[in-house]
Write a protein that binds this ligand. Sequence first.
Ligand code: IDP
Length: 138
Amino acid sequence: MGKQTFTMIKPDAFAKGYTGAILAKIQEAGFRIVALKLTRLTAEKAAAFYAVHRERPFYQSLVEFMSSGPVVAAILEKDNAVEDFRKLIGATDPAKAEEGTIRKLYAESVERNAIHGSDSDENARIESDFFFSALERV
Ligand code: IDP
């Protein structure tokens, strides 16, 4: 059971002012915030973050969207963090997400879906290291 996961509030949700509500929901679900920053991805950084999807038809559009405005990145701690956080955010497509999930509440579309959550312990580590130095974690 991994204790940490990585998340990012995407440019759609940040632009609509949902950051506070989303962070409150994350903390109410029992996750401790161990790192947090407001930042903005360049197209190059967004392309690197989503490199696993580079052959997919939506890749270019995803890179443009993810570099279109500020994002809020965080490392979260909880028992079973990766799996429990994926449940809290809901399905990739908000139309298929369960009631009460963050994507059901705040996402616009399968691309502009409000929030990212790591899909494995290994990716949680890689993604956390992509955004945060050791000094930025408490
Ligand atoms: P996940 O974020 O739920 O793990 P992934 O399949 O890893 O979903 O896709 C990464 C991101 O790419 C999604 O969160 C979404 O923003 C975007 N995406 C995934 N599938 C599509 C699609 O079919 N059309 C447009 N964008 C997509």
